[in-house]
Design a binder for this molecule. Structure first.
Ligand SMILES: [Zn+2]
Length: 304
């Protein structure tokens, strides 16, 4: 409900989150009915500010996921607001900021926030070009990674992820020394080989397509996803850019303005590969090459 919001009266400059700048985000993936049911907030003359850069914790999320739209609320010093009742995360749509989480919500955990983001999501169809580009990017990022559901968290950042083929640093190797006897050498070599065989056999049993980290991640949003064996064995390189995250279609060079807050700024399209629109002046792909890459017959897009 867009009720009268008295805190917005007397504005002369527009909202402080860059809404007057060119906004190319595609809002069709946001359920506006759910968004408009959230409490609104306007910083007014207070000291709190809203980030000009949308996107929070969105790495790896599917195209148009609400996390790409989330903005942080800051104090004038750049800190999280101190008051527990202050908003911490908002989605700014036009003149309005809708509160996703208050500072106090941080104490109670992120589960409610994640649920709210999910409710705000109006998914693109699985077959949509943006979804397919996302899927390929997930396979690239998760190359050689599998979920090890029974895996013990033995090292930091190692919880439940198995790399396959098994990297050398997970295997033992024989280190010789002049003081070792021949018998000891032989026994040690046998023990090491047996250990490495065990490690590899266990990894092989886990590293099946259904356990591939990309498959798991994609299925969390699109349960119908079937493992793509070709992408598992050869996910390719990043050629296609990240525009699919928030834009309805691949921007033209003139319109290419990378999502604020993304790791890469606007590229010089005449000399540099552009992380956002994916253009690479050194090796621009022809339509035929794109079709070949997608595994489509060359005449699929050619009605002649
Ligand atoms: Zn570009």
């Amino acid at each position: 409900m867009r009720a009268l919001n008295t805190s917005t009266l007397g504005r002369t400059q527009g909202p402080p989150w860059g809404a007057r700048k060119r906004q190319v985000m595609d809002w069709s993936t946001i359920d506006l009915g759910v968004l408009h049911s959230l409490p609104t907030w306007y910083p007014g003359g207070g000291t709190l500010r809203v980030s000009e850069h949308p996107g929070s914790g969105c790495f790896g999320d599917p195209p148009g996921y609400p996390s790409y739209f989330v903005r942080h609320v800051y104090t004038a010093n750049g800190d999280t607001p101190h008051r527990a009742s202050a908003p911490e995360l908002v989605i700014a749509e036009g003149e309005d900021a809708y509160v996703l989480a208050y500072v106090r919500d941080y104490m109670t955990g992120r589960t409610a926030l994640l649920r709210r983001l999910r409710r705000l999501w109006a998914p693109l169809p699985y077959e949509h070009e943006r979804v397919q580009l996302w899927i390929r990017s997930v396979y690239r990022h998760q190359r050689n990674c599998y979920r090890d559901d029974a895996g013990a968290v033995t090292e930091p950042n190692d919880g439940g992820t198995l790399i396959f083929p098994v990297p050398y640093y997970k295997l033992r190797s024989f280190v010789d020394d002049a003081r070792f006897s021949e018998e000891w050498r032989a026994a040690e070599r046998t023990a090491i080989a047996a250990y490495n065989d065990d490690v590899r056999a266990r990894a092989r049993a886990i590293a099946i397509p259904d356990n591939h980290s990309a498959v798991r991640q994609i299925r969390a949003y699109y349960p119908e996803h079937m493992p793509d064996l070709q992408l598992i064995s050869n996910p390719g390189d990043q050629l296609e850019g990240d525009w699919w995250q928030t834009e309805a279609e691949r921007p033209t060079i003139e319109a290419c303005t990378p999502r604020s807050g993304s790791r890469f700024g606007a590229a010089d399209h005449s000399t540099q590969w552009c992380q956002w629109c994916g253009r690479n002046p050194g090796k621009e792909m022809s339509d035929d090459e794109i079709d070949l890459r997608d595994g489509l017959p060359l005449d699929v897009h050619d009605p002649e």
